[in-house]
Write a protein that binds this ligand. Structure first.
Ligand SMILES: O=C(O)CCC(=O)C(=O)O
Length: 384
């Protein structure tokens, strides 16, 4: 049977067994629970230890459900106004599609249940194997939204989320108080159509660095807007962030159950749960044949030392060297996000982002700064 020929239903029994085993492995890891800080405001030791041991952590109920509802509402509107295909100027109702004023496309669409990157050279060739692509049911649209970019400019609730004090405190606990931003991408895995993301490690630049260690490529948050089950969520192989670059092709080809790697675990979540995943951990998501919507707002942070002087990678040109100026310009998004958040949630403690202390007045959330700092901020992403 080819990767393309299987019907979604044919896969469900095999997947059910795999899911059951994965859930039982995940339950033993001890890396999920509520957020907790120590007296200095850093993540509690038990959380940091579990993160560095397994390469990921699930923070349960971190984002309040009222905030999740605002994110859902804006996201639903953006999905309603999505173009019908990549490059199209119209949405499904024949109106002008959202977001054409932004330099980078907001939406990326793929064929239902497909794997757009696996086995290709795209994104520095970091997804070496192609996942199974179950055959979608009849009558579905030709293309569906797979990823959306620029959540700080497309949704005010997205900008506010970027300034969330607990999320920024997590970034400081893992990457140091002078942490720097990476990029963001919203994975949209709609029921019965969402595409897969083939097994990969995110980092592409620092594998051979003399300073290489478990944290050199940073980590990604995923904020979950809907309940996700093992069938719709991200899967990670625990501990793989410590192994250096992995021969993924060999691992998958030598596994009798192919891409269902025997030691992987699902990061299933409730709405408002937030995961962190080390960018060196081996991870994937399967085509979403389930009946659940998964929308994961994904954004990452790095150590400053990993970025300063590094060359562009992934969506950034390899001719670019990330200097102090570029880092400062991209980091200003955090400053404006903190201000946007504190205006909306005036009773919440505002996060003090060390690299921008003293610049608060020039980074207020207003129309001028929206145009100067936020619009097209993702042209200045810091990808490695
Ligand atoms: O959420 C997903 O399905 C994929 C996420 C992912 O691979 C990533 O953030 O690198």
């Amino acid at each position: 049977m080819t990767n393309q020929a299987q019907h979604a239903e044919d896969q469900s029994e095999i997947m059910d067994r795999y899911v059951e085993q994965g859930e039982s492995r995940a339950a033993k890891l001890g890396n999920r629970g509520p957020i907790a800080f120590d007296r200095s405001g850093k993540l509690s030791k038990h959380i940091l230890d579990a993160y560095w041991e397994t390469g990921f952590y699930v923070f349960e109920g971190l984002v309040e459900i009222e905030e999740i509802k605002l994110l859902r509402a804006e996201m639903a509107d953006l999905l309603d106004r999505a173009p019908i295909d990549n490059g199209s100027k119209v949405d499904g109702k024949g109106r002008a599609a959202f977001g054409q004023e932004f330099a980078r496309p907001v939406y990326q669409l793929v064929k239902p249940l497909s794997d757009p990157w696996g086995g290709t050279e795209l994104l520095n060739g970091r997804h070496p194997i192609q996942m199974s692509q179950p055959k979608p049911k009849e009558g579905l649209p030709e293309k569906v939204v797979f990823i959306m970019s620029g959540m700080c400019q497309t949704m005010e609730s997205g900008l506010r989320l970027y300034g969330h004090p607990d999320l920024l405190a997590i970034a400081a606990s893992i990457n140091g108080d002078d942490f720097v931003p990476y990029n963001d991408a919203t994975f949209v895995k709609q029921p019965g159509v969402g595409g897969s993301v083939s097994w990969h490690q995110d980092g592409v630049t620092h594998w051979d660095s003399e300073q290489w260690d478990e944290g050199i490529h940073g980590f990604n948050f995923q904020v979950q807007l809907y309940p996700t089950s093992p069938k719709s969520c991200l899967w990670v192989v625990p501990g793989t962030h410590k192994l250096g670059r992995i021969d993924i092709k060999k691992r998958v080809e030598e596994n009798p159950d192919r891409e269902r790697l025997p030691d992987a675990v699902p990061l299933h979540c409730k709405p408002g749960d937030v995961t962190i995943v080390n960018r060196q951990a081996l991870h994937c998501s399967f085509a979403n044949t389930s009946s659940e919507t998964r929308i994961s707002l994904t954004f990452g942070f790095h150590r400053r030392s990993s970025i300063l002087g590094a060359k562009g990678a992934l969506a950034e040109s390899a001719d670019i060297i990330y200097d102090e100026r570029r880092i400062h310009e991209r980091s200003e998004v955090i400053g404006v996000a903190i201000d946007a958040r504190s205006k909306f949630y005036p009773n919440e403690a505002r996060y003090a982002y060390k690299p921008l202390i003293g610049e608060e007045e020039s980074l207020v959330f207003n129309s001028e700064n929206w145009h100067r700092v936020i619009k097209d901020y993702n042209l200045k992403d810091l990808s490695i």
